[in-house]
Design a protein around this ligand. Structure first.
Ligand code: FAD
Length: 328
């Protein structure tokens, strides 16, 4: 009998943990052939990206090589260009050689994560920096260093204050963490610049809710985090959201854009859309319309409710081998 071909799209935590679970089946002798496609050959531990911005963690300490994590999975480091559900093939972009590739599957796991969405806020695409990938974290860190250097020789005090004002949008995990990391890093680094008045530094966190992390944590912890940020000197704009951005300003809802502040924007919200439509996958309200051969983890990250991951894996394993993991 031909092994069941499972193709996992995406090498984030969802994709890698799905492949690991399947590898356990393979180790028990199940006839399963696992492939994983990802842009990079490494898995990034995203909760540590803020520490990369703050230089508290070295770049390479946030990544793990997928090849070492997945010994029984075929890894394709390629851009996924499309999926043909009728033919049951995934189309991969050309790599160093100009030849495109197709991967046939019996079961497809779609774990492509989300992309930062700047749509709907004028000025954000041009003037904001996203914060999701390792490259984003490095770019933000380099940008901050560049800004410190430039403001140290800036003679116009108003412009210098503008340059040293950082706005973070979104008080979820990534926004809160990057605001705290920026605050630590910039206030620490600015001591080395004698020409910069330390009071010129402002870190502003704009968040639509009443406390940061209110969707992620219990209310007691969310309140604690909100108070801790304020005590560290972060200006919290709660109950507001960004509505516009320009090279020198960011407008929050209910407030006019303030030309003397808000020079740098970090949009840290992980938002829709997921890139499914671009791959030709059927969606409804940006969610994948699954069929029997197509599986999509909702969110199997370490912080997500465990049953999401477990239920998906059980269903997938049942479909492949008729049981939820114990192979006979
Ligand atoms: C800064 C930050 C901090 C966070 N902190 C926490 C935290 O403390 N606790 C918590 O629970 N969660 C946290 N999260 C959220 C958590 O990291 C995500 O929920 C989790 O990473 C989702 O994993 P995923 O595998 O679904 O997606 P991703 O990690 O986004 O992985 C998707 C993968 O698919 C690849 N891909 C996408 N499209 C293509 C394509 N066309 N071709 C090839 N490859 C493609 C991408 O390159 C990527 O490697 C944080 C997220 C960020 C960004």
């Amino acid at each position: 009998m031909r092994p069941a071909r499972v193709v996992v799209l995406g090498g984030g935590s969802d994709g890698v943990y799905t492949a690991l679970r399947l590898e356990r089946l393979v180790a028990k002798g199940a006839p399963v052939d696992v492939s994983l496609v990802n842009r990079e050959n490494y898995l990034v531990f995203q909760p540590m990206l803020a520490e990369v911005v703050a230089r508290d963690v070295r770049l390479l300490d946030t990544v793990s090589p997928v090849r070492q994590l997945l010994r029984r999975t075929r890894l394709f480091v390629r851009e996924i260009e499309g999926v043909d559900l009728d033919r049951r093939v995934v189309m991969l972009a050309a790599g160093l050689s100009p030849r495109k590739q197709e991967l046939a599957f019996d079961h497809l796991v779609v774990a492509l994560g989300s992309v930062t969405d700047f749509r709907g806020v004028p000025g954000l695409p041009e003037h904001a920096l996203p914060f999701k990938t390792l490259a984003d974290a490095v770019r933000i860190r380099n940008h901050v260093i560049h800004v410190l250097e430039q403001s140290s020789v800036e003679l116009d005090p108003d412009l210098r204050r503008t340059m040293l004002t950082f706005v973070v949008a979104g008080g979820g995990f990534s926004g809160t963490e990057v605001a705290a990391a920026l605050n630590d890093f910039v206030r620490r680094a600015v001591r080395d610049y004698r020409s910069i008045p330390q009071d010129d530094v402002r870190i502003i966190l704009v968040h639509g809710g009443t406390s940061v992390l209110e969707r992620e944590l219990a209310s007691r912890l969310a309140t604690y985090a909100t108070t801790a940020l304020a005590e560290q000197g972060i200006e919290l704009r709660l109950g507001e959201r960004l509505v516009a951005a320009s090279p020198r300003s960011a407008g929050a809802v209910g407030r006019a854009a303030d030309p003397d502040s808000h020079a740098h924007l970090k949009r840290a919200v992980l938002a829709e859309p997921r890139p499914l439509e671009q791959l030709g996958l059927p969606t409804a309200r940006v969610r994948l319309q699954c069929e029997a051969t197509c599986w999509a983890p909702e969110d199997m990250s370490p912080g997500a409710p465990e049953h999401g991951q477990v239920e998906l894996h059980r269903a997938l394993l049942r479909a492949i081998c008729g049981s939820d993991g114990s192979v006979t």
